[in-house]
Design a binder for this molecule. Structure first.
Ligand SMILES: *Cc1c(COP(=O)(O)O)cnc(C)c1O
Length: 391
């Protein structure tokens, strides 16, 4: 019976979904913390973590309550009006981000946060050129895609937005050469996520920040994946002590509810005009209430510290794995990758058969993005299963 239901769900999705996703043959119907259950009631340890959207865990008690309560009051309220939940979230984000970031535009996804960031950068500088990094990932709408590096995603859609160029990530000389008085903005991830879990170096970010200031180029940090405690700090920029002019947030901001935000400096805000950028659902009370609850939970339960500690233990376990197939284990907090000397896909499949859901990141990297509430024992099981499949 369960099997029948499962296959009919898969059939419906396969038949009527647009067909742009790689799907695993697994119907997920329920979650709790860092566990997920399939239609046939099999339990999985979740190291996909909603691809970064589930930092506070599934069925988070704070977020659940906030959504329930807000749904009894007001779900929808455009930015034509003021709203209590929105005001609260603005104040909270301003407090948590560096002093330079004092204003926020709310949107609904990561790609939207990137799109808006580029528009703001053009308006604020009067310049058009954007420098991005090789292996960078910023989303797939036309502007965001122009900054994304992967040619498979980009080339079928050219011509993209003009004015974009790419420099090697973590290469100071090439990056500084590309950032000039003509550059509107430089956009970068602090840990490249989708392309293989690659943290950049401190010196690189500090020097690039200086070059941006020297040339009047705006520094855009894409913390869509690294934000909200993932790397062991509320935001990864805290590891490096850098201050962006624009900070892009999404994924775990809404505690699982779709939400994005663009943090900007006061100076940028003064260059914007009314209706320069808008979004019908941006800053809606349901998403804001969920975000307020998610952030409160992160602070009350010190999720950043937990990610830092568990991440170090998990990486230490993985580094103990003796396998000729492993090239490198790397990460920051609980964004962790194992680069293999061969394709990662078959091993991700084998982990799934053992009840562990992990992600890819480029062809040869197994990526782990568990909810930060994951139990130590679960992470140990993940490390043990990884050792077994890679043996
Ligand atoms: C996921 C991601 C995006 C795009 O976010 P979407 O919500 O999928 O549009 C942008 N930047 C980074 C670093 C991401 O990880």
């Amino acid at each position: 019976m369960a099997q029948q239901i499962q296959s009919s769900i898969q059939e419906l999705e396969d038949q009527h979904g647009a067909g742009t996703y790689h799907k695993r043959k697994l119907v997920i119907v329920r979650g709790q913390g860092a566990r997920l259950w399939s239609e046939d009631d099999r339990e999985y340890i979740d190291c996909v973590g909603g691809q970064g959207a589930a930092n506070v865990g599934h069925q988070n008690p704070y977020v659940n309550r906030a959504i329930q309560e807000q749904s009894q009051k007001l779900v929808n309220c455009t930015e034509l009006f003021y709203n209590d939940q929105r005001a609260l979230l603005l104040e909270r984000l301003a407090r948590l981000t560096p002093p330079r970031i004092s204003r926020f535009f709310f949107c609904n996804s990561g790609a939207e946060a990137i799109e808006g960031a580029f528009k703001f950068a053009r308006l604020a500088t009067g310049r058009t050129d954007i420098v991005a990094t090789m292996r960078g990932y910023h989303g797939k709408s036309m502007g965001a895609l122009s900054a994304t590096w992967n040619k498979e995603y980009r080339e079928p859609f050219e011509p993209l937005v003009p004015g974009f160029s790419h420099v090697p990530f973590d290469n100071l000389e090439k990056t500084c050469q590309a950032i000039t008085e003509k550059t509107a903005a430089f956009i970068v991830e602090l840990v490249q996520g989708e392309s293989g879990v690659r943290p950049g170096s401190r010196d690189y970010f500090l020097e690039v920040e200086a070059q941006c200031r020297k040339t009047g180029t705006l520094l855009i940090l894409d913390e869509v994946q690294t934000g909200f405690c993932r790397t062991g700090k509320m935001f990864a920029l805290e590891h490096f002590g850098i201050e962006p002019d624009i900070l892009c947030l999404a994924k775990s901001l809404g505690g699982g509810i779709p939400m994005g935000a663009i943090g900007i400096s006061e100076a940028i805000s003064t260059k914007l005009f009314k209706l320069a950028h808008t979004s019908t659902f941006g800053g809606n009370p349901l998403a804001c209430a969920a975000a307020n609850a998610a952030i409160q939970y992160m602070e009350d339960l010190q999720l950043a510290r937990r990610a830092e500690e568990l991440g170090q233990e998990f990486m230490a376990e993985l580094r103990k794995v003796k396998s000729p197939k492993i090239r490198e284990v790397r990460g920051m907090g609980l964004i962790v990758g194992i680069e293999l000397k061969e394709k990662a896909g078959p091993y991700i499949q084998q982990l799934m058969e053992q009840g562990i859901l992990a992600l890819g990141a480029g062809p040869t990297v197994i990526r782990y993005l568990p909810p930060l509430v994951i139990e130590r024992d679960d992470l140990r099981r993940v490390a043990a299963a990884t050792a077994e499949v890679l043996r």
